[in-house]
Design a protein around this ligand. Structure first.
Ligand code: ADP
Ligand code: MG
Length: 269
């Protein structure tokens, strides 16, 4: 059974032990980091998630792909409530939703060659034809196949992030969650990685959630934009609406922070 929305999130709440605040050992207070979040992600769409530092973007991301368990509320993936599934039950689903992380240097094993990095999740999920899949993934992200034998430190930041993308798409997932994946890159590498991602979404029919603190990056890529603040949704609307007429002063503040030349540019070049 499949339904139109790939993800449906209902009143999601998530508390974590407060490791930062002052509390006595053994009496760690819990702080609510996600405070009642509801939204859907439609198949084939790109959802942008923006918000200032500490607004809960990464926590929401980790909850969506069930690296964290919700305290209450529901996360429904393709009609199935995954909110409290255990690791064994999640295993077959994990192949269908992949996450790409902010910092490729720390998310790529420095002791492994590129081929080993891309192959690891393929082996984990028991896939065959690993060499072919690794080559195809490299082709998809525009890296020469000769890069199979390189180590992460032999790559530029943009190339490392391509390897992170290759590792995610090699599994042929339906959904990719990208958390601040261009934040550490220079402007021209950012543009290249974003163009690549845009192409892959179209080519592979991916559904994408793209997290960034930078609205200018979100602008061209996303169909819809969710604005997060302090663990709650401030507003969520089609991208064009958010940029033309943000309803909330918080969103206007984020927009005001974009340098004008960037905002005026119709696309990346
Ligand atoms: P963002 O990605 O938007 O910067 P995060 O989701 O990383 O925000 O963090 C949201 C809030 O949750 C922050 O206030 C952060 O300090 C807090 N937080 C994140 N992880 C933990 C944790 N493991 N324990 C306690 N607090 C955390
Ligand atoms: Mg974050």
């Amino acid at each position: 059974m499949s339904e139109q929305s790939l993800f449906r999130v209902e009143d999601l709440r998530l508390s974590l032990p407060d490791l930062v605040g002052k509390s006595f050992v053994g009496l760690a207070a819990r702080i609510e980091i996600l405070r009642g979040i509801s939204f859907t992600i439609q198949r084939g769409k790109v959802l942008g998630i923006v918000g200032g530092s500490g607004s809960g973007k990464s926590t929401l991301a980790r909850a969506l792909v069930r690296l964290l368990e919700p305290t209450s509320g529901r996360i429904v993936f393709d009609g199935q409530d995954i909110s409290h599934l255990d690791e064994q039950a999640l295993r077959p689903l994990r192949r269908r939703f992949q996450m790409i992380f902010q910092d490729p240097m720390s998310s790529l094993n420095p002791r492994r060659r590129v081929k080993g990095i891309i192959a690891a999740p393929l082996r984990l999920h028991g896939l065959t034809g690993i060499d072919r899949r690794v080559d195809e993934a490299l082709d998809h992200v525009g890296l020469p196949r000769g890069f199979r034998n390189r180590y992460p430190h032999e790559l530029s930041g943009g190339q490392r992030q391509r390897v992170g993308i290759a590792r995610a798409i090699a599994l042929r997932p339906e959904f990719i969650l990208a958390d601040e994946i261009v934040s550490g890159l220079d402007v021209s590498s950012q543009a290249q990685v974003l163009r690549l991602l845009e192409g892959l979404v179209a080519e592979l029919g991916l559904t994408l959630a793209f997290i960034s603190h930078d609205l200018s990056v979100i602008r061209r890529l996303c169909d819809d934009v969710m604005v997060l603040r302090a663990g709650q949704i401030v507003e969520m609307a089609p991208s064009a609406e958010i940029f033309a007429a943000p309803r909330h002063s918080y969103t206007r503040g984020l927009l005001d922070a974009i340098p004008l030349p960037t905002l005026d540019q119709p696309g990346w070049n």
